[in-house]
Design a protein around this ligand. Structure first.
Ligand code: MRU
Length: 342
């Protein structure tokens, strides 16, 4: 396969490399990803993360395994194993559906490579369109708040919510960004803070629990988040903590926008209650670990509830900004998400 470089994926000499998102920002460790069990481990441990990136990395690995001579039935099994690696983000399933179609072609090796590379190119273009549509909604002097990480690390392109912020900043309309640290895995504190710093976008890092008082002080003009799945009624699953931001935004009269590509849309999922929510290891809540080491503060036997995502009901969302354009609450009520968007 041709060489390829995104912020967090590389193809070099027919091998997939991933930038370890658990080690960032203290270290830039590129890890080789030789087989399905490597990638499943990277995805489960969030070294590879972000809805679009998970789907792209799985697709690229399948194509490389086909090029290395893996048989069709083994590829089909690998595809199923990868599909089960993270349940909430539907981009993985949507990308792998396309890879499955390619796998059924007579020349499946060529077809898989072409499809995986097409998915990467498309994701770059989707990010650009989202950024262009979203930036039109950012008014001059905006102080924006974002949650989790939705940038170049999480996609092949400029990102989704961060792509919007980046474009709006280039247009001179962003005064600063409030970055939620995003407990428990600190994607905001580690990754978004790093990305915004690299981009030269002014930001201040806050603990998730500080967002409410900032809104009460009228220091937040709009909230921009990404999505892991958009249901047919417009409900959105995203990183845990997104729902509380949406409730707060409604109370304080602040616009709450979701930015996502159409690969995040699942017309087969009727509403948020039907979105599978990943439950994660208790140790993510009883302490914290990263390139800096591990620490536990809770009692050894503490009982823990650790859902990785929550669901924001459609009626709390001011707008869904997709590659195909902005979607309004009225359009959602008319059923725009109940049909395929392509
Ligand atoms: O658990 P993560 O870090 O993969 O969660 C990521 C998010 O919730 C993002 O907002 C979402 O995947 C969109 S990334 C463009």
């Amino acid at each position: 396969m041709q060489s390829l470089t995104t912020t967090s994926l590389r193809i070099r000499e027919n091998q997939l490399w991933i930038l370890d998102q658990q080690a960032l920002p203290q270290r830039s460790d590129w890890r080789e990803c030789r087989d399905v069990s490597d990638l499943v481990d990277h995805i489960r441990t969030l070294r590879v993360r972000g809805a679009p990136l998970i789907g792209l990395s799985a697709s690229l690995l399948l194509a490389l395994l086909a090029e290395q001579g893996m048989k069709q039935d083994e590829l089909a099994h690998s595809l199923d194993v990868l599909r089960a690696s993270r349940p909430t983000a539907v981009n993985l399933m949507n990308n792998l559906d396309r890879m499955k179609t390619a796998l059924q072609q007579p020349d499946f090796v060529t077809a898989l490579t072409a499809e995986a590379l097409r998915l990467v190119d498309e994701d770059r273009a989707l990010c650009e369109s989202i950024a262009a549509h979203g930036a039109k909604l950012v008014t001059p002097g905006s102080r924006l708040l974002t949650h989790c990480n939705t940038g170049g690390l999480a996609t092949a392109g400029v990102g989704t919510a961060i792509g919007v912020i980046r474009r709006a900043h280039e247009q001179g309309n962003v005064e600063q960004v409030w970055v939620d640290e995003t407990r428990p895995l600190l994607q905001g504190g580690r990754l978004t803070a790093w990305e915004l710093g690299e981009l030269g976008i002014p930001y201040q890092l806050i603990c998730d629990s500080m967002a409410a008082s900032l809104m009460a002080q009228k220091r937040v003009d709009a909230i921009w988040v990404g999505a892991d799945r958009i249901a047919a009624n417009g409900d959105v699953a995203n990183k845990i903590g997104t729902y509380s931001l949406a409730v707060l935004a409604k109370y304080h009269g602040i616009p709450f926008y979701v930015a996502a590509p159409h690969t995040t849309h699942d017309p087969h999922c009727p509403n948020g209650a039907a979105i599978p929510i990943e439950q994660r290891d208790a140790r993510e809540v009883t302490g914290v670990s990263g390139s800096f080491g591990s620490v536990q503060w809770a009692p050894e036997d503490a009982k823990v509830y650790n859902p990785a995502f929550d669901v924001t009901p459609a009626d709390l969302i001011s707008g869904w900004v997709l590659d195909v354009g902005g979607v309004t609450p009225a359009q959602v009520r008319e059923g725009v998400f109940a049909a395929s968007l392509k």
